[in-house]
Design a protein around this ligand. Sequence first.
Ligand code: NAD
Ligand code: UFG
Length: 345
Amino acid sequence: MNDTNKPTILVTGGAGYIGSHMCVELLQSEFNVVVVDNLCNSSSASVEAVQRITQKPLTFVEGDICDQNKLDEIFRSHPIEGVLHFAGLKAVGESNEKPLAYYKNNIYGTMNLVESMARAGCKTLVFSSSATVYGTSENAPFNETEPTSATNPYGRTKLMVEQFLQDLHASDPEWRISLLRYFNPVGAHPSGEIGEDPNQIPNNLMPYISQVAVGKLPHLNIFGDDYPTPDGTGVRDYVHVVDLVRGHLKAMEHLADEPKLAIHNLGTGQGYSVLDVVHAFEKVSGVKIPYKIAERRPGDVAQSFADPAKANEELDWSAEYDLERMCEDAWRWQHNFPDGFAKAS
Ligand code: NAD
Ligand code: UFG
């Protein structure tokens, strides 16, 4: 049952990796939570785990953001004051093979959402954007004024949604919109009950290392050791998923001041190489991570890390957790649930 004294937030994609961690923070910060998720890349077991961790209920609606009637019904049934919009497809490689699925889910889905919001008079939206909008720029650290570009359909969806939300705000300045550009979210909730649960062989570094550590994969392939970085491997700005979702609460507070469209990077500002991550993971887990040096992965940049000053100053947000803590929490989740939510449920 929802508490009528608390504001209600709609979390799209709330069964997913970042969305489920967001739900924990929201419930623990005295919000009512409604989740809409079509479970195309997640399991309802994560929603159950969120309720176990927080000992608080949430409303789960299995539905697609491309389904306008479903969204309208959600807004009619709940007094939603704001939307945290995580739903979308996110695999860069797959987006090259299935561009239309990406444009439909990420762009059309977001347009649908915004139309339902406008009809319901709910004009507060936080959108999950990505550092991918900095394209192939070599100017790291990136600040929010860095020119944007995209090199694949996934990146183009993020860029196009950012652009149409800016047009929307220009046409109706009553909207309160936050575009959050995530760097590399990793780690898991410290309870070890929720975490990243890739459907197939992981594309991303941290879940790949975790699966090597737990014996599901034989070794890590390091994509290139000849980049112009201190040890030759790619450098990224890894940010703990709990820090990341706390940034969303700060973004909502910032929007509460007055209507605006704001853009913020969410990263630590610190770059780590692939080998730094391997060594940190080995240290906290006590498990050796075998690796081989492989070809560079097409589309990868040598280094990407944030200038987080704008989020530090305007949102009063900065990341608290260091790389070892990210690895420790990722490892706890992987160790508890080697087969992810399939095992958990
Ligand atoms: P995820 O796949 O774990 O979560 C996304 C959720 O959205 C899933 O539960 C999926 O079932 C749901 N979903 C997808 N399409 C839907 C639709 N049409 N209707 C309803 N639900 C739908 O991904 P995540 O890592 O939690 O990412 C969340 C958001 O953050 C995404 O928009 C992603 O692009 C963005 N992002 C993620 C990263 C990252 O590295 N994880 C980096 C930058 C930005
Ligand atoms: N890497 C490996 N081996 C692997 C996986 C990754 O060596 O098996 C390397 C990559 O080459 C890169 C680093 O580890 O140097 C990080 O790679 P990830 O795939 O974990 O992350 P990316 O920075 O490539 O991509 C992530 C998200 C994208 C998003 C991008 C920018 O997955 O969705 O950050 O925000 F677009």
